[in-house]
Design a protein around this ligand. Sequence first.
Ligand code: SAH
Length: 454
Amino acid sequence: MLDFKKNQELIVDIISEGYEGEGVAKPEGFPIFVSGALKGEKVKIRLVKVSKNHGYGKLIEILEPSKERVEPVCPIYKRCGGCQLQHMSYEEQLRFKKNRVTDCLERIGKLKDVVIHPTLGMDNPLRYRNKVQLPVGRGETEPAIGFYAARSHEIINLQQCYIQHQVGDEVVQLTRSWMKEYNIQAYDEESGSGVVRHVMIRKGFKSGEAMVVLVTNTAKFPHKEEFINLIVQNIPDVKSIIQNINTKKTNVVLGLENITLWGSDTISDYIGPFKFNISPLSFFQVNPVQTEVLYGKTLEYAELTGEEVVFDAYCGTGTISLFLSQKARKVYGVEIIEAAIINARENAVLNGIENAEFFVGEAEKVIPELISQGKKADVVVVDPPRKGCEKSLIEAIAKMGPRRVVYVSCDPATLARDLAIFETLGYKTIEVQPVDMFPQTAHVECVALITRNI
Ligand code: SAH
């Protein structure tokens, strides 16, 4: 066997891909991860890290490119940590995501006979995000505003971000020029000094309304009027300018205090027929176009006739609950964050929905409580965070015996684990639909349909 050493140069064939879309070579059976290399390519690499079971190679030269390789649209793609797949054709990105789901279901879930559909992609997989939140730091010649480089806190100064709505680029440039003109200090993570920490922009794709939030390290906002005037004069869609104060030494972006500097406290937007009021702190899906696709699939899999009682576990601000309520007799939403439940109740009122009720607490505690009070769901929807569902929740659901469970997942590995648990409890996974919520990035979202065996 070859003895692989750091700094050694090798020519390798990329035979598969890792979870982040990185290429994987296996000379002598030894896995080497090569960021930026694609399956099917022959590349020259330098080993930058070697451990017992695997290594990492830096791509030096592409000797035989894949036909799926494309020129990234973004000039800072290689340095910025925001996207991982811009060097892959969009068709290949969709295939990569489907393969990742298949791989997890087979290897982790040991599931067979599950139909995995081709990933539902976007017609235009750029400029899809309605929210951008960027750290501000001290660059060499001007304030640096941009994403961090991968696995680092170095801010890569950006002029344009091709996955955000254009208004984000305009606000970033205006903020930078305002900071330069009035010599406003950017926040310094090390010392905790400086004024401007983050800039956040939200844009309602259907309403057209834009919100600008400047997160400051100080209660004082120097040259406030100049900032407001600059934004209002240049961004005609702006409806709200907010100062968010965050004086803590933390990686959490937003503080708890919001001061509306200009316009209204919230902006509104729509998903499907439903209207939502959005404040700086409220959760709102970032890809509104694909959210409708995802929720549409969820509703289709739920197969509601109007008679059913539905549990929506991990309901967030109740968006899925509202979609389900159109076709169900009653929906019970459960979510751990109280502020989200307050939003969910407001959203129900705003949309005249009277058959949805919301509860604060851990789904694994609240759902068994609802069941013990005699509430029984015909259909259950779960949409957990990356770590997936608690086993006790899956057991409680299976014991109640709903006809169908619809599982919305942002991590195919934990999805596969949880589907396997359902299989041991009298349920079967019928089909999985990956939906591309985050084009150009390695994130994989999907909806699975699980039905009771008899
Ligand atoms: N279904 C929502 C949001 C899903 S994100 C939508 O489509 O918009 C996952 C949600 O699960 C988050 O809002 C998070 O706060 C919540 N959560 C995390 N752990 C939880 C738990 N143990 N019980 C209930 N909710 C939880």
